[in-house]
Ligand binder design. Structure first.
Ligand code: CP
Length: 310
C-alpha cells in the first residue's frame, strides 16, 4: 500500500518498500538542498498538540511551510473549547472541516487512531501516550541509513525507559522491517521492554537480548539509541524515584566503544547523556533532529501524492 491519502498511526502499518520510498525522496530533498517549494500551496495542515512538543510540532509546521502549505495550530486543551466541555470527537470534526491533513499528539493511547476514524482527511500520529510515535521512527531509521550507509546488519543497543517510551518502542518495531544483526535492550529492570513489543520482535525473528548494564555490551554496538525516563507516564511517583538517574552515557563508558558508534536520541534529553558528548563524533542526535524536517516534508508530499520535479 502506498502513502497516498493514508493515515500514519503505527509504524507497523508500513513495509520495507514504504520506508525505502520515503527515504529515497528525503535523500533527494537533502541532496538538492530543497528548502522552499510552492507545491502544496492551498493545502492546510492542522497541527493539534494536546501534549507538549518542540521537535514534532515545529518540524511538521516547518515542513508544511517549506512546501508552500499553510498551518493552523492548536496547542494544549486550555486554549480550545475542550476547556468548555467540548468532546475530543467534536474537536477532531472541526479540525477536519478546516484542514486537509491533521497531525495530532495526545496523552491518550489510541487518540490518533480514534481521530483517523472520525476525520476524512489523513491523520498523522505525532505521539499517543506511551503507545506510538511513527514519524519519529521514520526519522530515526533515516538517520541510521544516512550516517551508517545501511540499516541492515548492524548491532543496536536501545537504552533507557523501554516500558513507557513510545519512541524506543516505535524504533524497535521499525527495525523489524529490516535485518538488524542483533538488538540489545538495556534498561533498569522495572523499565524492561513491554510485552507487546517483545512479542513482536520474537514473531519477526529478531535476535535480541536484555541487559541492565550497558558496559557489558558497549564494545559491540554500531548504534546506541538512548531515551530519557518518561517521568510523566509513571502512575506512581515513588517508582520514578527508584530509577531516576539510574543510567548515564559518559565518556568513560564510551572508552570501549567502536570508533564509528553513533548515538541517537529522539530528544528531549535530560541527564542520561553527558553533555560533554554533544560535540563528539559519537553524537548523532542533533543531526537526527535536523532530519525531522526533510523526512516530514517527504512524508507530506507522499501523502498528498504530489511529486516535486527534483
Ligand atoms: N522527539 C520528540 O517527539 O520530541 P518532541 O517531544 O519535542 O516533539
Amino acid at each position: 500500500m502506498s502513502f497516498f491519502n493514508r493515515d500514519v498511526i503505527s509504524i507497523t502499518d508500513f513495509n520495507r518498500n514504504n520506508f525505502e520510498e520515503l527515504f529515497d525522496l528525503t535523500e533527494k530533498l537533502l541532496d538538492k538542498k530543497v528548502s522552499n517549494l510552492d507545491i502544496l500551496e492551498g493545502k492546510i495542515m492542522a497541527s493539534a498538540f494536546f501534549e507538549p512538543s518542540t521537535r514534532t510540532r515545529l518540524s511538521f509546521e516547518t515542513a508544511m511551510k517549506r512546501l508552500g502549505g499553510d498551518v493552523i495550530t492548536l496547542v494544549g486543551e486550555e486554549a480550545v473549547s475542550i476547556k468548555k466541555g467540548e468532546s475530543f470527537i467534536d474537536t477532531v470534526r472541526m479540525l477536519d472541516s478546516y484542514s486537509d491533513i491533521i497531525v495530532i499528539r495526545h496523552s491518550y493511547e489510541g487518540a490518533a487512531k480514534l481521530a483517523a476514524e472520525i476525520a476524512n482527511s489523513p491523520v498523522i500520529n505525532g505521539g499517543d501516550g506511551k503507545q506510538h510515535h511513527p514519524t519519529q521512527a521514520f526519522i530515526d531509521l533515516f538517520t541510521v541509513k544516512r550516517l551508517k550507509g545501511s540499516i541492515d546488519g548492524l548491532i543496536y543497543g536501545v537504552l533507557g525507559d523501554l516500558k513507557y517510551a513510545r519512541t524506543a518502542n516505535s524504533f524497535l518495531l521499525a527495525l523489524t522491517r529490516f535485518n538488524p544483526k542483533k538488538i540489545y535492550l538495556i534498561s533498569p529492570s522495572i523499565l524492561k521492554v513491554r510485552s507487546e513489543t517483545r512479542d513482536y520482535l520474537v514473531k519477526s525473528g529478531i535476535t535480541f537480548e536484555e541487559y541492565t548494564d550497558i558496559t557489558e555490551i558497549i564494545d559491540e554496538l554500531d548504534v546506541l539509541y538512548v531515551t530519557r525516563i518518561q517521568k510523566e507516564r509513571f502512575p506512581d511517583p515513588v517508582e520514578y524515584e527508584k530509577v531516576r538517574g539510574s543510567y548515564r552515557v559518559t565518556t568513560s563508558i564510551l572508552k570501549n566503544a567502536k570508533p564509528d558508534l553513533k548515538i541517537l536520541h529522539p530528544l528531549p534529553k535530560l541527564d542520561e547523556i553527558d553533555p560533554k558528548l554533544d560535540e563528539t563524533k559519537y553524537a548523532a542526535y542533533f543531526k537526527q533532529a535536523y532530519y525531522g524536517v526533510p523526512v516530514r516534508m517527504a512524508l507530506l508530499l507522499l501523502i498528498f501524492g504530489v511529486k516535486p520535479d527534483l
